[in-house]
Design a protein around this ligand. Sequence first.
Ligand SMILES: [Zn+2]
Length: 407
Amino acid sequence: MGVKEQFISRAFFSGSGLVGDPTRRDFLSAAAALLVGLGLPSTCLAGGGQHGSGGSGQRVVVVIFGGVRRAETFAPEGIENIPHLSGDMLRRALLFADIRNEGVTAHFNAISSIFTGNWQRVDDWGKFAPTTPTLFEFFRKQLRVAQSDTWVIASNKALTSLIGASSASEYGPSYGANVVFPKQLMIAAVINALDAGRTGNLANRGKIESELQAMLEAGNYEGLGWNVFEGANRLDARVRSMIEDAISTFVRSGGPTSGDELTYLVSREVMRKFSPRLLVIIFSDVEVAHFGSYALHVAGIRTGDRLAYQVWRDIEADPEYKGKTTMFVLPEFGRDPDGSATNGFFNHRSDAESTRSTWMMALGTAVEKPGVIERPVRHVDLCPTVAGLLGCPRMELQGMPISEFRV
Ligand SMILES: [Zn+2]
């Protein structure tokens, strides 16, 4: 985090200095929640294209939560934190009770392993792409699927755009997913407003909103921290307006706000405007645990539970998705056990059951019959499973397709 960002961060978090009237405080508290992600590599984004015709016609939505222990979720003492997952959703779901991360329990490697079907051991902070092709690349290359059909929308500050495509020869970014980090877009926009000496305009939400809109419309993508995948020199107009709408809704909402709320709003817009056949949503409010607040960590779990349920309801309400979509919900890993040398729930570095074993919920078309599967299933087994649902040819991977689904 640079000096400027530290200053802004302090100003927002302290609630003093720049902060005056209540309207301003509302907006700043929203912005503060977003500022956690400062100083990250810029967003990659590209849009456009028509739906490819290949494959099964099925759609898949994967919702990922960051690190969440069983103790705070699907355990007698944790169930109150996940009223939707353990209630309305569980009744129609297949719950895998022992999902195992047998690889590196750090964010980039965990997500890379889930979406390549091979245990990845690349840089923890996403400086290098996964070494074997991602599900997005398989899907797009094998079935000639457009980029606008595969999206990753993430709050997680430990990810980079390199999560969307591998470094494998014959694959790579030209077959990658659209990768969007809404929180970073928002932060970049706020910082730009301050940079441009227009801090006086922070006085109310409406003005901030028009600042954000103006910057988005200015076409100054670099200044916003936007980047476009190589080969695409300008942002697709539909993508730009979608982001504008979502930010505008977020700024106007005035309710409880967090990075995950914004990620949800952008995901919803992407579903409405592009109806991608493969959508990955990565929430990470729970990762506030690294700062040591158990209460905020649990609040993040509750937010994730609520937003996952909203995603499911959006699927059920959208004719493009209803009846032809399977949704998966899973954490990246657990967290360390209480009393461990790494500070318990703060981190996720221990080679312990509490860190390696979590759960996964599946709902929708591919679920024949609700129930609980107790046998262990590995993270790398999800990629070939989803590939099969989408109609991709069989791949050579460490992961094996999960047999309980109707293809
Ligand atoms: Zn973490």
